[in-house]
Each structure stands twice: as structure tokens, then as C-alpha cells.
Design a protein around this ligand. Structure first.
Ligand code: MRU
Length: 360
């Protein structure tokens, strides 16, 4: 497939006995589907960033458990459940920050635990749960898009960071879903796409998605955001999230915090778009969110070539935390949450107690 194909490139394709993932490390220049025939391959794909983005890795892990259940289907119930739990341990160890991963794994394990019968019955239940989650993700993103489009003024220049698009979900995207919905509603918008050093999710993935959707967009390096804000050329910021604490503090791709501070300094509203599954009600505030540290070579090298003196030390935290007070609203499928977020988030779980699943 090339970037000019009419059919959009799917993030994932489930074949019942295999999960295919588009290799996001090779986009935008090559759209190659990577087959994952078992749970171990799914775990490697998440760890190696073939698939990335909080909702996408959650659903991918759920399919990984479906493959583990398939491989355990001939076993008696307890042995099959043990095999599933073992696969869950491996999948949980892939990436630490996005809570959707842990949420999805817990949800699938609960479905298995709640199913009577042997390995065959467990396989059917786990597969159904993963398929349901994939379908729900798309519906959720469309709702987030519809709700979020309301906060995008006609004629706005919107800045986004990282990729919270179709590629970061099963389809449509969260922050990019808001942009899609505003564009589909006929609003005349233009998007500033932060390149998102060091992994370039903005330059490689968001730019590509917006180009395919014919949404006017301009790529900028991360250090240009303040310049355009100061000149009145950004009206609103929308990003995704990887984990939202009970008080609204939000972890997202490294550099998001900088953008939020800049937006506050210029009086520009900063919004998060994320499904409720990205909220971790068990974590009181952002200081408890585990931040993934990635290899220093992503900073010292650019596409395999060194850009720093050999032997130079480099830090590479992959996410940062934006304090709740910098966030104008959190756009979820259950409405736009407004500050103070503590009560707003508590009300979500009071209304639907089952939503507060236990997290890793
Ligand atoms: O390291 P990544 O590419 O998985 O980080 C992704 C992000 O930070 C996204 O903004 C976030 O997961 C939201 S995706 C809808």
C-alpha cells in the first residue's frame, strides 16, 4: 500500500487466528502489515512500537490474550486460565505509562474468569471481549469527535502534539478525531502539527493522517509552538492522553506539558481528548504515573545516524505530566469534563461503578 491508496491504512486487522498490525515504525513511507500469530508476537509489537498510542495498545493486548486463549483451548479450565494470566504478565510488561493497556488486560481477564467451562469456552469469551473492545473504541472515538468538535471555532488554527489519531486507536482517533469531526462538520480549520521529537509521531503519523483526510495542516518543530502562539496564530490546543489521574493531571507524550504551559501563557485553551478508559481513578495525582524511559539512542541519533558526540549521555522520558490546572477541558465519550476534575471524574465512576476497574 502507498500513502496515495484510496483505502485508509488500518491500524490493525483481526483475522480470528492472527492479528495484523500496520508497522508504524515504517510509516509514512511504507505501509506494511506485520502478522502477529501469537501473544508473544503481539507483546513484541507493542514493545517495539510497531503499534503505539494508548487505546491501540489496549485493544492490541486484548487480541494478544485472544491468541493466548486460542493456544490454550485444549487445556482444562484452570490450566487455560493460568496460561492467560501468564500472557497477561508478559503483555503488562511491554509499556508502563498508558493505562489503557492495563485496563484492557483486566477487562479481558475478568471476562475469562466470569465464563464457565473449559479452554474452548474461555477462548470464545476472550475473543468476543477483544472484538467488542475494538468496536467500542471506534464508536467512542466518534462520540469524542462529535463532542469535541463543538469547542473548535470555525476558522481556528488548532495545535496538536504527538499522534492521537486513527493510528493510535482502532480507527478515527481521539484528538485527531476531534479535528476530523470539526472538518467533517464543514468547519474551516487548519492544524499545526508538532513534529514530536524524538520519535516524530507528529511528523510521521499525524501529518500523514491529516494529509490523507485532506485537513489543512502545517508541520512545525516542537520549539516553534510558542512563536506561533505569540503571533496569535493558534486558537486552541487539543492533544490525546496516556493516563489521567483522579485529579485530572494528565500524562501524554513528552513535550505536551511544555505546550500546555505555553498555551496558558498566551491565554489559549488547552484540551485533552481521551476515552474514559484512559482515566486511572486509582492514582490520586500525576506524580504517581509511571513514566517510560526509552533508549538514549532515540535522542543521540536521527534515523540511525548520530547527531551528538559519540558516548554522550542522553535522557529520554517518553511522557510528561500536564497539571490539571492547565487543562481547559477533558473531552471524553461521556461528555466534556471541566475543572475541578476531582469531582467531575468521581461523578463518572459514581454513575457507572463498574467503570472503575482495578489497574496495574
Ligand atoms: O509513545 P506513543 O507513541 O505510544 O505515545 C502516544 C501518545 O502519547 C498519544 O498522544 C496518546 O497515547 C493518546 S493516543 C489516542
Amino acid at each position: 500500500m502507498s500513502q496515495h491508496d484510496a483505502a485508509p491504512t488500518p491500524t490493525m486487522r483481526w483475522h480470528g487466528d492472527r492479528l495484523d498490525l500496520v508497522d508504524q515504525t515504517r510509516l509514512p513511507h511504507e505501509a506494511v502489515m506485520v502478522p502477529c500469530p501469537d501473544a508473544a508476537a503481539v507483546g513484541r509489537a507493542i514493545k517495539d512500537m510497531i503499534v503505539r498510542g494508548a487505546p491501540a495498545i489496549g485493544v492490541t493486548a486484548a487480541y494478544g490474550l485472544a491468541l493466548a486463549a486460542r493456544d490454550a483451548r485444549a487445556l482444562p479450565r484452570e490450566a487455560a486460565l493460568d496460561a492467560l494470566r501468564e500472557a497477561a504478565v508478559m503483555l503488562r510488561a511491554t509499556r508502563p505509562t498508558a493505562v489503557n493497556l492495563f485496563w484492557a488486560i483486566e477487562r479481558v481477564l475478568r471476562a475469562a474468569d466470569g465464563t464457565a467451562g473449559d479452554g474452548d469456552a474461555l477462548m470464545a469469551a476472550v475473543t468476543r471481549e477483544a472484538e467488542d473492545m475494538a468496536a467500542e473504541d471506534v464508536a467512542t472515538n466518534r462520540t469524542i469527535g462529535q463532542l469535541g468538535a463543538m469547542i473548535i471555532p470555525d476558522g481556528a488554527n488548532v495545535l496538536t502534539h504527538c499522534n492521537a489519531g486513527a493510528l493510535a486507536t482502532v480507527d478515527y482517533g481521539t484528538a485527531v478525531g476531534v479535528l476530523r469531526a470539526a472538518h467533517e462538520a464543514g468547519k474551516n480549520i487548519h492544524v499545526w502539527v508538532d513534529e514530536t521529537r524524538p520519535y516524530l509521531q507528529g511528523a510521521r503519523l499525524t501529518a500523514w493522517e491529516l494529509q490523507q483526510a485532506n485537513i489543512p495542516a502545517t508541520l512545525i518543530t516542537d520549539n516553534m509552538a510558542g512563536h506561533f502562539m505569540a503571533r496569535g496564530r493558534v486558537q486552541v490546543v487539543v492533544t490525546g492522553a496516556d493516563r489521567i489521574a483522579a485529579n485530572g493531571d494528565t500524562a501524554n507524550k513528552i513535550g505536551t506539558y511544555t505546550v500546555a504551559v505555553l498555551a496558558a501563557a498566551h491565554g489559549i485553551p488547552f484540551y485533552i481528548a481521551a476515552p474514559v478508559s484512559t482515566i486511572d481513578p486509582a492514582i490520586a495525582d500525576g506524580s504517581f504515573i509511571p513514566i517510560e524511559e526509552r533508549p538514549p539512542e532515540e535522542v543521540t541519533h536521527f534515523q540511525g545516524r548520530p547527531v551528538a558526540p559519540l558516548g554522550m549521555r542522553a535522557a529520554n522520558p517518553s511522557f510528561d505530566v500536564t497539571p490539571a490546572e492547565l487543562i481547559a477541558g477533558i473531552i471524553t465519550e461521556r461528555g466534556i469534563l471541566r475543572p475541578p476534575y476531582g469531582p467531575a471524574i468521581a461523578a463518572l465512576y459514581a454513575a457507572k461503578p463498574g467503570a472503575a476497574a482495578s489497574r496495574a
